[in-house]
Design a protein around this ligand. Structure first.
Ligand code: BGC
Length: 383
């Protein structure tokens, strides 16, 4: 009995270290290393999650940011596909939210205020007249508590943060938990949950900037990436990028990505919404299949490397942003200047300005309820 047990275990281990082609794969692991300090002297760590295929995700406790994500191209060559910095200082100084967890409210709240039960809450105007991505010091600038946790399908890291009642003007002590799992199917799964002790609003997302051709010296733009978004409608915006409240058909507009289309194909059109966004910086209303626990939101394929990324989510919307405000002033990993259109974001979310838009799906969280959403970035290769 005992012997049979050991043979089985050894067999399983051997199998798991051999890939389909017979090549020896790296074994899955999670490592933790110190990654510097904040200006206040708080310790920051970097966790590196590696799956059984050698795919690797590095995540820092500063802002819970995904610092690097190495996935294979069609020849099996690993390449880093997210913008980021070599050290914590870049994240402390950064203004572009590279890879970070965004909260308490992802994207904009118009006029930086909202009302709940007759009480008006005033937030910092950190984006002209509006509030953007949680305010002056959002979740992206906090040091999160981290813990490796067991996962049956890969390597998992739990991050937690308590956002105190009144922080950045939001009501309620909000206990936030984000679990990143790098699965053995080459997915980066992000599960967000939160509870509150006072009625509040919540909209959490991740702000990774992707370039599937690979980031680093000599990197190009993302205009040739082929994008499909599962959306028949989008939310047009005003000049401050606040939704007007309309849900507009994508048909006949540069926002029609129902069939795979190059990101750059219509990005310079003189259509009014493209001009207002300086490119794409819009929320798409996702088709959700009734009864599906999680739905495909978008698929992106990079023709040269064959890398494919699918985005799956439980959320009703996705912000498609083409790095319009990147101006080359941020120097990222390897000293590379991140220029306009060098990456794109697909931020799964509730719609921007929902606290002020009664027709949009609600972002209100009550005491006794649990906010819970899941988003998966799944990597593979195409033709
Ligand atoms: C917003 C952009 C903003 C970017 C970085 C996106 O989610 O929609 O307008 O510039 O984040 O801050």
């Amino acid at each position: 009995m005992k012997r049979l047990f050991w043979i089985t275990i050894t067999g399983a281990l051997l199998m798991s270290t051999l890939t389909a082609s017979g090549a020896r794969a790296k074994s899955a692991s999670t490592t933790k290393s110190p990654w510097g300090k904040t200006p206040d002297g708080e310790q920051v760590d970097l966790y590196t999650l590696t799956n059984k295929n050698g795919v690797e995700a590095a995540i820092t406790t500063y802002g819970g940011a995904v610092v690097s994500l190495k996935v294979p191209d069609r020849n099996g060559k690993l390449g880093d596909v997210v913008l980021g910095f070599d050290s914590v200082d870049g994240y402390v100084e950064g203004k572009s939210y590279f890879g970070a967890i965004i909260g308490r409210y992802g994207n904009r709240i118009g006029h930086a205020q909202f009302t709940l039960d007759g009480k008006t809450y005033t937030l910092a105007k950190n984006n002209v007249e509006n509030s953007l991505h949680g305010g002056t010091k959002g979740f992206n600038k906090m040091v999160w508590k981290a813990k490796e946790i067991p996962a049956k399908d890969g390597q998992a890291l739990e991050l937690t943060y308590l956002s105190k009642d009144g922080e950045e003007g939001f009501p309620g002590n909000l206990k936030v938990r984000v679990v990143y799992t790098l699965t053995d199917s080459n997915e980066l799964k992000i599960e967000y949950s939160a509870t509150t002790d006072k009625k509040t609003v919540v909209n959490l997302t991740n702000h990774s900037y992707f370039n599937l051709a690979g980031v680093g010296p000599g990197m190009g733009d993302i205009l040739g990436h082929m994008l499909m978004i599962e959306a028949d409608k989008f939310t047009p915006v005003d000049s401050g990028l606040i939704p007007t409240g309309e849900l507009r058909d994508v048909a006949g507009t540069p926002f029609d990505f129902r069939q795979p289309t190059a990101i750059g194909a219509r990005i310079n059109s003189d259509e009014e919404q493209i001009k207002l966004g300086g490119g794409y910086d819009h929320n798409f209303v996702l088709r959700r299949k009734p009864g599906d626990p999680i739905s495909l939101a978008a698929r992106v394929e990079e023709p040269k490397t064959g890398r494919v990324m699918e985005v799956w989510t439980t959320e009703p919307g996705v912000q498609f942003y083409t790095g319009n405000f990147l101006d080359g002033s941020a120097h990222g990993k390897g000293g590379v200047a991140y220029t306009k259109r060098s990456a794109f974001c697909l931020e799964t979310q509730h719609f921007p300005d929902s606290p002020n838009q009664p027709k949009f799906p609600s972002v209100v969280l009550n005491p006794g309820e649990r906010y819970h959403t899941t988003t998966i970035y799944k990597f593979s290769t195409g033709k």
